[in-house]
Write a new protein. Structure first.
Length: 267
């Protein structure tokens, strides 16, 4: 798809993300119940409401394209393997943060083409912030629907390095790896917000050790890449989507400064 087509789709995907965010907030402001999936991850009515809003909207927008969502992830690989272009959605990234009511959760919508995220939208329902990008068009952020979009650019490696990290995960191995970067400050932060803060130049590096799903990362990966950064595995290769039966990512490095050989640093 050319950049003009992607830009038009991105505008519509942003509107869908905001609609899904409104559906999430309707639940967030109520006394909601929390269920658990087979993997013990939490599930709420907000996840389902957002999923339904996004899937219905994408069906109207691009009826020929399949949609893979966290809440409909049972599609067999033999079917998925035939897809060259599809939507990849996390209706509520950071359900644990949603349950804690700390506001650090997002709506993630990505368009995947030839295993690469070529369009990404990340929306934070509580603050109203949105980050979006498309291949060949750059990355942008808005503080609210009424504000002007600003172009995003990552910053050169800062001293001290600002390292956003999950409020729900962490390890001794992460501490060991971070000891190699010099002076740094940790920034506790949930969901895809970690990538977005790097993309807008207010943070530098996010290490993820342990499994995440492709829908957790694809939209924010697009935003960060188009802002000048990257998301790579520990071999230095960009994350790819739908390349194998499992939808789980391996360990990865999300960074802002492309002049540092992060894979070599952490090898």
């Amino acid at each position: 798809m050319n950049p003009l087509e992607l830009e038009r789709l991105c505008v519509d995907a942003c509107a869908l993300a905001r609609e899904a965010g409104d559906a999430i907030l309707a639940v967030y402001d109520s006394e909601f119940a929390v269920e658990h999936k087979e993997d013990r991850s939490p599930l709420t009515a907000a996840d389902i409401a957002s999923h339904r809003a996004i899937v219905a909207g994408l069906g109207r927008l691009t009826p020929a394209l399949p949609v893979l969502s966290e809440e409909s992830a049972e599609i067999p690989y033999l079917e998925r393997a035939r897809w060259t272009r599809y939507w990849l959605v996390d209706p509520l990234d950071g359900t644990r943060e949603f349950v804690k009511r700390n506001g650090e959760f997002t709506v993630n919508i990505a368009l995947i083409d030839q295993q690469r995220p070529v369009l990404g939208v990340v929306q934070a329902p509580v603050t109203g912030e949105i980050w979006f990008a498309w291949a060949g068009g750059g990355a942008f952020g808005q503080a609210s629907a009424a504000s002007e979009a600003r172009r995003l650019r990552t910053r050169p490696r800062a001293v001290p390095l600002v390292v956003p990290g999950s409020r729900s995960h962490g390890s001794e191995r992460e501490a060991d790896l971070l000891s190699r970067v010099g002076e740094f400050e940790k920034l506790p932060l949930g969901s895809s917000l970690k990538f977005c803060r790097i993309a807008e130049g207010s943070a530098d590096l996010y290490l993820r050790l342990g499994p995440t799903s492709e829908w957790d990362t694809a939209a924010a990966q697009c935003v960060l890449e188009q802002a000048g950064g990257g998301v790579i595995d520990f071999a230095g290769l960009p994350l790819r989507c739908n390349a194998r039966e499992s939808l789980l990512n391996g360990d990865f490095i999300a960074f802002g400064d492309p002049t540092t050989d992060w894979a070599r640093l952490f090898a």
